[in-house]
Design a protein around this ligand. Structure first.
Ligand SMILES: Cc1cc2nc3c(=O)[nH]c(=O)nc-3n(C[C@H](O)[C@H](O)[C@H](O)COP(=O)(O)O)c2cc1C
Length: 315
């Protein structure tokens, strides 16, 4: 079974991926999406997946595009860096993206997906996998899209069973997975709302042919989740010290990367919105981090939290 870290803008960057890799349990790391603007790819997006800072990990780059030319540009750039697989984002639900027929916003147009894939396949050797929602406006949109994908050379179809309009509301519809697996000609992977090892086990029991689970927010809030799914148990004191090392390493590396204490504190607060869930009193923990006004204060407050605060059931 493969466990993968979901692509997450603002989170699954190289610093986070490589630090999570030290904790173990995750087999494949998806990088946040790369897009083409004005015929160009941002230098920052390619720097994040440079092979020399991503060695020792299996990383899959992702593209957000609705034109074959843009997709080919990204495929060529990642191919030059040595990557052999590119993941296509057909799931991003944000209105600014979706209304431009990108991400989940392309799902109501299976004929466009078909024509893009025809053009792409004719000109690229990069293996393409797809990460998609059930639809943008309706979950029925998935069936014609699956028919299209079945006619193409797709390495894997990763399903996040929500529709775009839902954003992250409601629950991921895990019950639809057996029907998708039955109708897909390609290997199917699952993504969405896996927060505990028990939820992973239930999903895999009900879908025996799924052998890739992609996890996003579950790993953000509990970096040991992949270990737990694989049955590797750590005692509380091991968890506490590894969690402390993990958060200190990410903070130290972000501090080197970001200009100024303000940016650093802002960035670390976004992590703690998830990490605070490792503790019993998550609201109090988050509030304490938010109140830090200097880098030194951040490190001393978070050291106190990770060494002393009672861990929640998650840990
Ligand atoms: C902060 C954030 C950023 C995300 N960025 C991306 C992205 O760049 N590409 C993508 O395909 N999905 C992105 N997603 C969606 C996740 O990859 C994943 O599909 C979603 O969080 C559901 O999985 P989960 O319940 O395990 O978190 C993002 C999600 C979050 C919360």
């Amino acid at each position: 079974m493969t466990l993968s870290l979901a692509p997450m803008q603002g989170f699954s960057d190289q610093i986070y991926r490589s630090t999570l890799c030290h904790i173990g349990g995750v087999d494949v790391f998806y990088a946040p999406y790369i897009k083409v603007e004005g015929g160009e790819i941002k230098v920052k997006s390619l720097a994040d997946i440079a092979p020399e800072i991503n060695n020792g990990m299996t990383v899959v780059p992702q593209v957000l595009a609705n034109k074959a030319d843009d997709m080919l540009l990204v495929a060529h750039a990642v191919g030059k860096l040595g990557y052999t697989e590119l993941n296509w984002n057909l799931g991003c639900p944000f209105p600014m993206v979706a209304k431009r027929q990108l991400g989940a916003g392309l799902l109501p147009y299976p004929e466009k997906i078909d024509s893009l894939l025809n053009d792409f396949e004719a000109q690229s050797d990069i293996a393409l996998s797809v990460k998609m929602r059930l639809g943008y406006l309706s979950p029925d949109e998935i069936w014609p899209v699956l028919d299209v994908l079945n006619r193409h050379n797709i390495k894997e179809v990763i399903i996040h069973p929500r529709i775009g309009k839902q954003m992250y509301n409601g629950e991921a519809d895990k019950r639809i997975m057996p029907e998708i697996v039955a109708k897909s000609a390609h290997p199917v992977a699952y993504n969405g709302d896996i927060l505990t090892a028990e939820q992973a086990r239930l999903l895999l029991d009900k879908n025996p042919t799924i052998n890739n689970l992609m996890i996003g927010r579950g790993l953000l809030r509990n970096p040991f989740l992949a270990n737990e799914i694989k049955g590797e148990t750590l005692n509380i004191s091991q968890k506490r010290s590894r969690f402390s090392d993990f958060t200190v390493e990410i903070a130290g590396r972000q501090l080197n990367r970001l200009q100024g204490a303000g940016h650093f504190l802002q960035k670390m607060t976004t992590y703690w919105e998830y990490w605070s869930q490792m503790f019993n009193d998550q609201h109090k923990v988050l509030k304490m981090v938010k109140k830090c006004h200097s880098v030194d204060e951040y490190f001393s407050v978070t050291e106190m939290i990770t060494n002393n605060y009672p861990l929640s059931d998650l840990a």
